[in-house]
Design a protein around this ligand. Structure first.
Ligand SMILES: Cc1ncc(COP(=O)(O)O)c(C=O)c1O
Length: 460
C-alpha cells in the first residue's frame, strides 16, 4: 500500500521528493534491508546528554528575555541554591555556575588557589588521582594550566590508587609540614570505566595524615544519579554538569564550594594581589565569579538551562532522592544481570565499586574496536538504542549507562538490544541466558508508577 503524504508540516514530503532521505551510510547496512522507521524513539543509554525526563523536555523553554530585570537574579539564585541543597553543600558554602559544560567547572577548579610561590616553580601543588579517561582529562587540564601536578594513575577498573596517594601526601608533609599540595582531585564516578570511587576513604586518608589540602571531587556523572553528600564526605569543591543526572541539555558547569574552599580561594588571591601578580585567568576565575554572586548575583546566565534545571530539581524533589538512587541501582542491576548472564565481564574489577550510573562491559578476548563498533551500530540502527564505547580504550568494550530519567523498562530494552546486537555481530555470548537474567531482575525491581497529574494531554 502506498499513501499520499499529506502533512505539509512534517517536512517528510520535501525530504523524500528531494531524495534527502536515505538509509544510514554505515557500510554494514548495505547488505541488510532496512525499513522506514519514522516512529523511532531512541533509548539513550550513553552517559550524557543523558536519558532525559519527559517533564524537563515539556517545560524546556527557548524564550529570550532580558537578564537584569525584576525577579531575574532571584530566580537564578533560587536554582543555584536548590542545586546546592541537592548536593548537600555545607552551610556557608556557595554554588557557582559557569556557562559551558562540566569541563568549565573542572578548569575553574584546576586554576584556583594560585599563590606567588608557584611563579617560576614547578613544585607540585595539585594531586590528581586518575583511573580512566575522564580523570585523565582532569589531570591534563591541571597540567595544561601550567600548575605543578602529581598525577597518580591507577588501573582502569580499579578504585583510586590509595597507597600511592598516601605515599605522595606523606612525602609532601615531610618536605613542608604545612603541605605544598593545596588540593587533591579525584573522580567520584569514573565514567570511562564504570567505577564509583571510595571518596570516604580518600577523606579519611587526608584526615588521618592531617593534610590540609582541599578535596576537589568530579561529580559530573554521579550528581543526580548516585548518593553524594558534600557535607558528609568533607568535599571542598564539587564539580557537576547539567546534562547527566540533572537531565538537562549541556550548558552549565557547576562548582559548589565549602566554606573552607571559599576562605582559601580568597586568601590565595589576596597573596597574589599583594605580590602584584596576575593569575592568567578571566572568565573561569572563581574569585571573579564569587564577587559577581556577592554583588549582583548575576553573570551572563543561560536562561533556558536554568529553566530546565528548575524543573529537573523539582522532579528529583518529588521523586525523592532515595528513590532516584534506587532507580539507578535498579537499572544498573538489570544491565549487570544481562552482561553476567551472557558470560561477559564488567570492567570494574570488584562488584563493590561497580557504578550504578555506568556499566562498563569488557569485550571478549580476541574481539576489539571493529566488533565493538559493529555492536553499537546494530544497537542504534536496528534496535534504536544508543550506547557508547569506552573512551580512550577503543578495544576495551561498551558502556550501558543509567543517568538521568531512565526507568527499568528502558534498561531492559537496552539490555535486549545489546545482547541481540552482540549475538548478530558474532560475539561468543549466551544471549538467551543474558536475556533470562535481565528479565528476571527486571521483574524484581520494576515498580508501579504514580505519574504526575497533567503530564499528558489527557491530564493523566
Ligand atoms: C566524570 C566526568 N568528568 C568530566 C567530564 C567532562 O564533562 P563535560 O563533557 O560536561 O565537559 C565527563 C563527561 O562525560 C565525565 O563523565
Amino acid at each position: 500500500m502506498t499513501n499520499e503524504l499529506i502533512s505539509p508540516l512534517s517536512g517528510l514530503r520535501r525530504l523524500i521528493e528531494t531524495n534527502q532521505v536515505e538509509a544510514p551510510g554505515d557500510a554494514f547496512l548495505n547488505d541488510k534491508s532496512a525499513v522506514w522507521s519514522p516512529h523511532n524513539k531512541i533509548i539513550n543509554v550513553t552517559p550524557g546528554p543523558a536519558f532525559g525526563s519527559e517533564l524537563v523536555s515539556q517545560f524546556a523553554s527557548t524564550q529570550t528575555r532580558g537578564m537584569r530585570g525584576p525577579g531575574v537574579a532571584e530566580f537564578f539564585t533560587a536554582v543555584r541554591h536548590e542545586y546546592g541543597k541537592l548536593v548537600d553543600m555545607p552551610k556557608g558554602g556557595t554554588p557557582l555556575f559557569f556557562n559551558g559544560s562540566g569541563t568549565s567547572a573542572t578548569e575553574a577548579a584546576a586554576g584556583a588557589l594560585r599563590t606567588p610561590d608557584e611563579v617560576n616553580s614547578n613544585k607540585p601543588v595539585i594531586l590528581t588521582l586518575e583511573i580512566g579517561s575522564f580523570s585523565t582529562a582532569m589531570g591534563n587540564c591541571v597540567e595544561n594550566l601550567g600548575r605543578g601536578v602529581i598525577r597518580l594513575k591507577g588501573d582502569v577498573g580499579e578504585d583510586l590508587p590509595f597507597a600511592q596517594c598516601r605515599e605522595a601526601l606523606e612525602k609532601d608533609l615531610r618536605d613542608n609540614s604545612e603541605g605544598n599540595i593545596k588540593m587533591v582531585m579525584a573522580p567520584h564516578n569514573e565514567t570511562g570505566s564504570g567505577v564509583t570511587a571510595s571518596i570516604q576513604k580518600l577523606r579519611d586518608l587526608l584526615d588521618e595524615l592531617k593534610h590540609p589540602a582541599l578535596l576537589g571531587i568530579d561529580g559530573i556523572s554521579s550528581i543526580g544519579s548516585l548518593p553524594l553528600s558534600m557535607d558528609q564526605l568533607g568535599i571542598d569543591m564539587l564539580l557537576g554538569c547539567s546534562q547527566k543526572g540533572m537531565m538537562c541539555t549541556p550548558g552549565i558547569g557547576m562548582i559548589t564550594l565549602s566554606p573552607k574552599a571559599l576562605k582559601r580561594i580568597t586568601e590565595c588571591d589576596q597573596q597574589m594581589k599583594e605580590a602584584g601578580l596576575i593569575k592568567g585567568e578571566h572568565y573561569l576565575s572563581l574569585t571573579r565569579m564569587i564577587e559577581a554572586m556577592e554583588s549582583t548575583a548575576l553573570h551572563t546566565e543561560t536562561p533556558p538551562n536554568y529553566a530546565q534545571l528548575a524543573v529537573a530539581l523539582d522532579t528529583l524533589a518529588i521523586e525523592g532522592l532515595d528513590r532516584v538512587v534506587e532507580r539507578h541501582a535498579d537499572c544498573s542491576a538489570i544491565f549487570r544481570a544481562a552482561v553476567k548472564g551472557a558470560g561477559l565481564e564488567l570492567v570494574a574489577k570488584d562488584i563493590n565499586i561497580a557504578s550504578n550510573a555506568v556499566t562498563a562491559i569488557q569485550a571478549p578476548e580476541g574481539y576489539g574496536e571493529k566488533d565493538i563498533q559493529q555492536v553499537l551500530n546494530i544497537m542504534y540502527n536496528k534496535h534504536a538504542v544508543e550506547a557508547a564505547a569506552i573512551p580512550g580504550y577503543p578495544d576495551l568494550g561498551w558502556r550501558l549507562c543509567a543517568t538521568g530519567g531512565i526507568q527499568p523498562q528502558h534498561a531492559l530494552m537496552a539490555s535486549i538490544a545489546f545482547l541481540k546486537a552482540a549475538e548478530e555481530a558474532g560475539l561468543p555470548i549466551d544471549s538467551d541466558k543474558g536475556l533470562f537474567a535481565a528479565s528476571k531482575t527486571y521483574g524484581e525491581v520494576v515498580r508501579y508508577h504514580r505519574p504526575l497529574p497533567g503530564l499528558d494531554m489527557y491530564g493523566r
